[in-house]
Design a protein around this ligand. Structure first.
Ligand SMILES: [Zn+2]
Length: 574
């Protein structure tokens, strides 16, 4: 007999009560109806499909665009004793078949995969052989060009509905404008879905747009003697590092975080911020996903985000505990057009698409009509030097080709260094006695890498530098010296981009298709940028109401708390 949802909530989630809307969503979906769930981040979305998955016979398919989210969820479900699995991409036919056998006979309740998997016929055929109880689509706004992170592969989700017409779909998102909701309904192949939407209002957040010539000074003045957790969002990695240096100089407790750091560093920085050993995190938008810290009191933006969705999502990390918090957008008092032009300058253009694509093909020696199904290793630095390109720009264009299904790429931030100690144990100990920087290094290697006398170990210069307090450049020098002295063996590889090519090389066809799509995409981006700038520069309209109206909620009364003229004076000042 099917267990009651409240009993299961107690049994697996150890909770006595559902959060707002969860019960209604689950009941509607369990009656076999398509359902759209729009709840803000932290509103308990995943439970809406995980609990029915446990209730029903068979497995629920979960389609999600972000690998780290899937991995985290599988770990969390495992802790609760719920069986879940994840289909990685890039596997051969045999291992896919093996995993499907597992799925069929292993009593898995949830099966996660990214939408790109559906482009694979073998995968799609295998799906038919499973007993499927439901389909959940996470971050469902990605199906829409109007959503924030459009992923064309989402459009293929429709195919599953054709194979499994009777299985109900639940589409979930943390932000959806009326246009995006329409796209979700049509492009995911949903049948008269009922939309469950909670208000996007964050009552405890005070929205402020502050015009200032000196942002750093303003932050220092605001946070001087402030003892609560904050986030400062910057646009670029380098900006997070520079800002951190300035704020540290001014005596603030802060650190930086961005996508270029390796796992260990990220974890270290995040933990220290969570434990409030560091109070301020200066970060790119890479910081935020999966961060569950309730008492973030202030979120600053040093640059205007490119859409209100991003702004809403990032400011939404303030005050998750419901206590008064603020979101401060710091803007240089230039005129609006200047800001707009700055944004436009960075939109991709056809000419560059063409240059990068052709040179990439040539660099990888891909002949016309070939390349499909091949893997390549690329040394980004060498590629950029060969053609005088900027690395950052290249990666942006690679993302476009990745999004449009021409190739998949993975970027590893650092070159890899492998070390083996070729001296004897006794020699190594003699070197350590010298007590110089080479000694420190050898000691570190011996302590931290078991078996380094017998096999090559991958080392991370940045990490070693942080731990033993010697500059990266110095360590590099020292390693080379030790190599010359025949104390170590040293191998450095610079393969930092891996590419999986998915289409035959047909320059005109590919470039026309991609640039046509990009052109449409640019147009939408411009609309979003304009909206964001309207929000920033309109001094009269209530900021909260502006955001709510963007997400389809109209309010008559003002918030009396934001920095707009309509509301100012009714609240205490900064
Ligand atoms: Zn207001």
């Amino acid at each position: 007999m099917m267990e009651n949802s409240i009993d299961l909530l107690k049994k697996y989630w150890r909770k006595d009560l559902f959060r707002p809307m969860q019960k209604e969503v689950i009941d509607h979906y369990n009656r076999g109806h398509d359902t759209i769930v729009l709840l803000p981040t932290g509103g308990g979305k995943s439970l809406c499909y995980q609990l029915p998955a446990v209730m029903k016979k068979g497995a629920t398919l979960v389609i999600c665009p972000i690998i780290s989210i899937m991995q985290d969820q599988i770990i969390e479900l495992g802790k609760k004793g719920i069986k879940a699995m994840f289909f990685e991409s890039g596997y051969d036919k045999n291992s896919i078949n093996r995993q499907f056998d597992n799925a069929r006979y292993g009593n898995y309740k949830l099966i996660y995969f990214s939408p790109e998997r559906l482009l694979d016929k073998i995968f799609l055929n295998q799906l038919k052989t499973l007993e499927i109880s439901g389909i959940a689509i996470d971050e469902a706004h990605c199906v829409s060009e109007w959503g924030n992170d459009f992923r064309p592969a989402f459009k293929t989700i429709k195919k599953i509905k054709k194979i499994l017409p009777e299985v109900p779909i639940m589409a979930l998102s943390a932000s959806a404008t009326p246009k995006v909701i329409m796209d979700m309904t049509s492009d995911l192949g949903m049948k008269d879905p009922k939309v469950f939407k909670s208000s996007f209002e964050r009552k405890n957040i005070k929205y402020q747009v502050i015009f200032t010539e000196n942002k750093i000074e303003l932050i220092v003045n605001t946070l001087h003697d402030y003892k609560e957790s904050c986030i400062i969002y910057c646009k670029t990695r380098i900006e997070t590092e520079k800002t951190t240096i300035k704020l540290k100089k001014a005596g603030l407790s802060c650190d930086y975080f961005h996508g270029g750091l390796d796992k260990v560093m990220k974890k270290q920085k995040l933990e220290s911020w969570k434990r409030e050993q560091t109070l301020i995190m200066v970060a790119t938008s890479a910081f935020g996903m999966g961060i569950d810290k309730g008492n973030v009191r202030k979120v600053f933006h040093l640059t205007i985000p490119e859409s209100l969705e991003s702004y809403y999502q990032e400011t939404g990390r303030a005050g998750r505990d419901g206590k008064p918090s603020s979101a401060m957008l710091l803007v240089k008092p230039q005129n609006k057009t200047n800001h707009y032009n700055k944004f436009i300058k960075y939109l991709p253009v056809k000419k560059e698409l063409k240059t990068y694509f052709k040179n990439l093909c040539n660099y990888l020696h891909i002949p016309y009509g070939e390349g499909q199904g091949m893997y390549f290793n690329l040394n980004l630095k060498d590629f950029c030097e060969t053609y005088q390109f900027q690395e950052k720009k290249i990666l942006k264009y690679f993302e476009i080709f990745d999004r449009e299904g021409i190739f998949e790429f993975q970027h590893f931030n650092k070159s890899m260094t492998f070390v083996k100690l070729s001296c004897s144990h006794n020699d190594a100990i003699e070197i350590i006695k010298r007590n110089d920087s080479g000694a420190k290094l050898i000691q570190f290697l011996m302590r931290n890498f078991e078996g380094i006398f017998t096999s090559e170990k991958k080392i991370n210069l940045k990490q070693i530098s942080d731990i033993i307090g010697v500059k990266e450049g110095k360590i590099d020098e020292q390693l080379k010296l030790l190599k010359n002295q025949k104390i170590i063996e040293l191998v450095s590889t610079n393969t930092d981009v891996k590419i999986y090519w998915k289409k035959p090389r047909e320059d005109d066809f590919i470039l026309n298709m991609v640039s046509k799509k990009q052109k449409a995409y640019n147009k939408l981006k411009k609309v979003k940028i304009k909206k964001m700038l309207d929000f920033t520069f309109d001094l009269t309209k209530c900021k909260r109401n502006f955001i709510l109206s963007y997400f389809g909620e109209e309010r008559k009364e003002k918030c009396k708390n934001c920095s707009a003229e309509s509301c100012i004076g009714s609240s205490e000042t900064l």
